[in-house]
Design a binder for this molecule. Structure first.
Ligand code: FMN
Ligand code: SF4
Length: 380
């Protein structure tokens, strides 16, 4: 019998040929000056699209220049970007795959040096120790507009939707965080629902601008993963509110890059069949509470098709997102569909995340395997 994961499905208003999603993965392949996708980056997306995934979510694209997080990141901050973004979309569509742009603002983790980074409050970045400047209300309002305009650009590029990045520690996580958000005005407060106000205003303005039919997804960190940060109980409550706000799909991730190292979004030490899907419990709790109003997608450490089918049967999630396995093997889904059901070859060492500093992100472990000189990196 065909595995349920491989059957076509409508997920968050997008038609997918299977339930597997390429989770947003910044490949550091845009032109540094313009933020437009390079030919090499488009090539990587074509390869992914041809490799069998049901839908691709791009790496996070910055909605304004202050929100740029890293070198050679994709831009969606100007109307001038639309032409080049639509080139990327067309190529992926030609390979038979839908694509969503992930929209993001780095906040305290901006790439550009000089002026202090914008954050919800005047706090020190917990990772770098550098000071941030609290956003004024007028800066908050223009950032809300920047997200909404970026979603319109996604639509104008003929993309199949947009995903708003609320996860992993960027600006919108910082608003949710009691460590970053100490505001006394309407954008802060002692409750996560109050600190989430900017997010609901972004969703409202975006929905108004793109219309009811354009898919709007979100990716959340269900917990902050740091002492005194927000907890998974608060993250689950946030997801319930997001479902009420009619987002079309919630991708459940967790942790932040400034939090506890064992609770990061891209955990190491994943062994297929043993400890896959490290946010499954929280995803199931969310799915139970929102009762089909919004689709739930699980991400984090998924490595084998049997585990995903089992999670599906147990009501954990409607869709399953992969990042590192598709860096290691962009054609993994076709391999599974063709009958080789061995788990992903990815050993979850995170060496790939360091390759973006010198070029487009790749998997050094698999490359060495191909060259016959495979050896785990010392840091793995
Ligand atoms: C190189 C790299 C880049 C990533 N870029 C993004 C990104 O742009 N946006 C995002 O939401 N998550 C990003 N992630 C996190 C992944 O989408 C995913 O949540 C995480 O790696 C866990 O899934 P996995 O075990 O399948 O890799 C990135 C991960 C890696 C390794
Ligand atoms: S370097 Fe390769 S094996 Fe290691 S986590 Fe990245 S994709 Fe997986």
């Amino acid at each position: 019998m065909e595995n349920i994961i491989f059957k076509p499905v409508m997920l968050g208003k997008v038609g997918l040929k299977n339930r597997i999603i390429r989770s947003a993965t910044c490949l550091s392949g845009a032109d540094e000056k313009t933020g437009n996708p390079s030919s090499a980056l488009i090539g990587r997306y074509k390869e992914l699209a041809a490799g069998g995934v049901g839908v691709i979510i791009t790496g996070h694209a910055y909605v304004n220049v202050e929100g740029k997080a890293s070198f050679r990141q994709l831009s969606i901050c100007s109307d001038d970007d639309v032409l080049e973004l639509s080139r990327l979309v067309n190529e992926v569509h030609e390979a038979g795959c839908p694509i969503l742009f992930q929209l993001s603002h780095a906040g305290a983790f901006k790439a550009k040096e000089g002026e202090p980074a914008l954050a919800p409050s005047d706090v020190k970045n917990p990772k770098t120790g550098t000071s941030c400047r609290a956003m004024t209300v007028s800066e908050i309002h223009s950032t809300i507009s920047n997200f909404a305009k970026a979603a319109v650009r996604a639509k104008d590029s003929n993309a199949d939707g947009a995903q708003i990045h609320l996860a992993h520690g960027f600006l919108l996580t910082q608003f949710l965080s009691p460590l970053f958000n100490k505001r006394k005005d309407a954008y802060g407060g002692d409750d996560i629902a109050k600190r989430a106000r900017i997010i609901f205003e972004i969703l409202e303005e975006t929905r108004y601008r793109v219309g009811d039919d354009f898919p709007l997804w979100v990716k959340i960190s269900v917990m902050e993963g740091i002492q005194q940060g927000y907890t998974s109980l608060e993250g689950i409550r946030l997801a319930e509110e997001l479902a009420k706000a009619k987002v079309d799909a919630i991708e459940v991730s967790g942790g932040t890059f400034y939090g506890n190292e064992t609770l990061t979004p891209s955990r190491t030490g994943i062994i297929a069949g043993k400890n896959e899907g490290y946010f499954a419990e929280e995803a199931r709790a969310i799915r139970e509470r929102i009762k089909g109003r919004t689709h739930v997608i699980l991400v984090g450490g998924l490595r084998s098709i049997e585990v995903m089918a089992n999670f599906y049967d147990k009501g954990v999630a409607d869709g399953f997102a992969l990042s590192r396995p598709l860096i290691a093997e962009p054609d993994l889904i076709n391999r599974w569909i063709d009958g080789n059901r061995e788990p992903s070859e990815c050993i979850s060492c995170n060496a790939c995340s360091r390759t973006g500093k010198s070029g487009i992100v790749y998997c050094p472990v698999m490359r060495d395997a191909t060259e016959g000189i495979w050896a785990p990196l010392p840091e793995c």
